[in-house]
Write a protein that binds this ligand. Structure first.
Ligand code: COA
Length: 217
């Protein structure tokens, strides 16, 4: 049993629901099952867990349960007036949702420490991030490399909502400060995100206020 994590990641106005339980395919709504019909069972279960968390977060915003189909670019197709983000990793799944009037994008990402092999760190980290990792005690590096990776994935999901842009890992740079991080991207504001690390689980969340996003354009 873990302490609630996702609720610590976002400002007021972003609703989050998380679970450590595997999903149940019987909870999928019309059309959703066909979106993952050809996928392996593990994928169908994580998809179901994500949809279930998302429906919980939407309910907290007062939005009735409805199918959340997979868009052509693979993001979830959110109901009118809302946006959100879903993540899943081994033994953990979460979804965050918010009103479009207040937020331009939200991103959530969960990763397990140990999955990202050190030989891949240079693909994820800029030279400055790599130098920062190298300056840390060796036993802290894997968790911090995972945190940089997760922060970039959360940022990618968040910004995709209002830019529809694909980003390379070297296009943005993460700075970690206490339990916060910022992600700087060329030509855009650097929104602040929050993170939680519990044992091997790293979860990052980032929200872009609607006004901040329009100012950055
Ligand atoms: C899409 C992506 C971010 C998913 O991250 P992941 O760590 O592999 O997997 P997660 O479980 O955390 O997230 C998967 C969820 O992301 C969501 N997603 C997929 N494409 C998305 C997009 N373009 N925008 C926002 N969310 C997206 C979906 O909800 C998906 O779950 P679902 O299919 O069950 O609904 C990642 O696979 C990817 O393609 N990244 C692109 C490159 C990148 O991250 N660059 C970072 C540079 S800043």
């Amino acid at each position: 049993v873990i302490q609630p994590i996702a609720t610590r990641l976002f400002p007021i106005g972003v609703e989050v629901v998380e679970t450590c339980e595997p999903g149940d395919e019987r909870t999928l709504l019309l059309g959703e099952a066909s979106d993952v019909a050809s996928a392996v069972r593990k994928r169908r279960l994580e998809f179901a867990a994500g949809r279930s968390c998302a429906r919980g977060a939407l309910a907290a915003l007062g939005i009735a349960a409805q199918p959340l189909r997979v868009a052509a670019d693979r993001r979830p197709h959110w109901p009118l007036g809302v946006l959100g983000s879903i993540t899943h990793t081994d033994g953990y799944c979460a979804a965050a949702c918010a009103s479009r009037g207040s937020f331009a994008g939200v991103g959530i990402d969960a990763e397990r420490v140990g999955r990202l092999q050190p030989e891949l760190w240079p693909d994820i980290c800029t030279p400055r991030e790599s130098a920062w990792l190298a300056s840390l005690p060796p036993h802290e590096r894997a968790a911090m490399a995972t945190l940089i990776f997760s922060a970039k994935e959360a940022y990618y999901k968040c910004q995709y909502e209002y830019t529809r842009a694909w980003l390379d890992f070297h296009d943005v740079e993460v700075t970690i400060d206490g339990d916060r991080f910022t992600v700087g991207a060329r030509g855009t504001a650097a929104p602040a995100g929050r993170f939680v690390i519990e044992n091997t689980l790293v979860v990052t969340g980032i929200a872009m206020a609607a006004t901040a996003a329009s100012a950055a354009r």
